[in-house]
Design a protein around this ligand. Structure first.
Ligand SMILES: [Mn+2]
Length: 469
């Protein structure tokens, strides 16, 4: 694995500091990346004889800092902390009791906290779980079994989305996992969510990247399309096959027909394929079978405030924790469908370069981004979507989620930049990625904020494309 000098030194320094501790408290984020990052670090440290306890937070802010125990344990922040170093300092944490493992923009701070962050070294497509894995490997080179968990974290944080596969160090980690035997990497696989659990026609109909005319958002159309190809779609027990179960020659027939469908509509086929990361040791037709669906399962645990359940699954629990997570996943999907329907029924407000809606306090902020992504595929896709949600636990703040398509990113849209700049203007905070970003703004600033976002988007991409419909 090739890492530049400074980065490797930071990894080794954090590993050495952790090994010198008797007792460590991990403070991690409640999403798939945070859950996997914690699982990697906790296992690596326990194996090295260090006592570990863990705390999960939605975000690191003054209120949640109270969850960080005021005890003698060393504090290890994962997937957060880099951008909140002044908060750590205000909380009285000194340099000799803190380490940070992160991939977010670092905040300048008077205190020089020990930190390993891939971002300043130009590794923009590596998540916190990826960095945590590098530290785990520096703790003990035998920790390669944890590569699988790191891949789930990287996929969960959408590190593979832009390039239709992991790249750089994140790809090296996947390769290490494949060599260890825990991961099967399938190159040029179908770029589709649900390859292990969804009947193929449904799987295809949910795909919006690329948007396939007649198939995307059209389950009946997808089924007719597949039936015409004459490939078996059910097994001998008359159960719908999932993509993963379809024989390679039939898979080739399907992808080449899909490619023709795209080309016939004047669209490129590069995004039809992506690399997938399968876990052949896991039970068939479950979300445990591939990195994308596994990450959703963990996000569902976070959404229901049970990140520890996700952590148990990462550590191998396939009994009670897994059953509980499956139940949360079912609820997670139901509430996302409900949100999607609410958005479609209420309708979005269109500005010149943006479409937006405020969904009030009906939905938890943790699923609004997912709902935004799904709503976008049902709406005009040439305008980014912005969804606002009230925060029952913090009535002074409005949470904002922004989503767009890869096509718009190619045309110059950068939602991370928009979210950061527009929220700063109103005293809020934002961040994320070019294709998906989020922000918090003060309540009452919503209308002006939305107009400002629209202006910034107009500056990035003066003439939005005409979209798919
Ligand atoms: Mn992350």
């Amino acid at each position: 694995m090739t890492t530049v000098m400074g980065f490797s030194e930071d990894i080794r320094a954090v590993a050495a500091e952790l090994l010198a501790q008797d007792s460590v408290t991990i403070v991690s984020h409640i999403d798939a990346d945070g859950i996997t990052g914690e699982a990697i670090l906790a296992q690596a440290l326990s194996r090295a004889g260090v006592t570990v306890q863990s705390v999960f937070v939605r975000q690191l802010e003054p209120l949640t800092m109270r969850q960080v125990p005021e005890d003698a344990t060393f504090k290890l922040f994962c997937d957060l902390g880099a951008g909140q170093q002044n908060l750590l300092a205000e909380h009285g944490l000194s340099e000799d009791e803190v380490a940070i493992i992160d991939h977010h923009v670092s905040q300048p701070c008077g205190r020089d906290y020990l930190q390993v962050n891939c971002l300043p070294y130009g590794h923009t497509k590596l998540s916190a779980a990826g960095v945590a894995y590098l530290v785990a490997r520096a703790i003990d080179s035998g920790n390669t079994d944890l590569a699988r968990i790191a891949v789930i974290g990287n996929i969960g944080d959408m590190m593979a989305r832009e390039d239709c596969g992991l790249v750089g160090i994140a790809r090296d980690i996947a390769q290490e996992g494949a060599e260890h035997g825990a991961i099967e990497i399938r190159q040029r696989d179908l770029n589709c969510y649900g390859i292990s659990t969804r009947p193929l026609h449904l799987c295809l109909s949910y795909t919006d990247d690329p948007f396939i005319p007649g198939i995307s958002t059209n389950a009946a159309g997808a089924l007719r399309f597949l039936e015409k190809l004459g490939v078996p779609l059910k097994d001998t027990a008359r159960r719908w096959l999932v993509w993963e179960e379809i024989p390679p020659e039939d898979q080739r027939a399907i992808t080449s027909a899909l490619a023709q469908q795209l080309l016939a509509n004047g669209q490129g086929i590069s995004r039809l394929f992506s690399e997938s990361y399968l876990f052949p040791g896991e039970p068939e037709r479950t979300p445990l079978r591939n990195a994308q669906e596994f990450a959703t399962l963990l996000n569902a645990c976070g959404r229901w405030s049970r990140p520890g359940v996700g952590g148990s699954i990462c550590r191998g629990d396939r009994g009670s924790a897994y059953r509980e997570a499956e139940h949360m996943l079912t609820n997670h999907r139901a509430i996302i469908r409900e949100l999607l329907q609410f958005i479609l029924d209420s309708g979005v407000t269109e500005l010149s370069h943006l479409q937006y809606i405020h969904v009030g306090n009906r939905y938890p902020d943790t699923i609004v981004g997912i709902g935004a992504g799904m709503a976008l595929s049902k709406l005009a896709m040439h305008k980014p979507i912005l969804i606002m949600v009230a925060q029952p636990e913090d009535p002074e703040l409005t949470k904002v989620s922004l989503r767009t398509t890869t096509r718009m990113v190619e045309q110059g849209v950068d939602l991370q930049q928009v979210a950061t700049e527009a929220s700063a203007k109103f005293g809020g905070a934002g961040g994320g990625h070019r294709i998906a970003a989020g922000a918090f703004i003060p309540r009452g600033a919503e209308q002006e904020f939305v107009f400002h976002v629209n202006e910034l988007l107009a500056g990035q991409c003066p003439c939005p494309g005409t979209g798919h419909r």
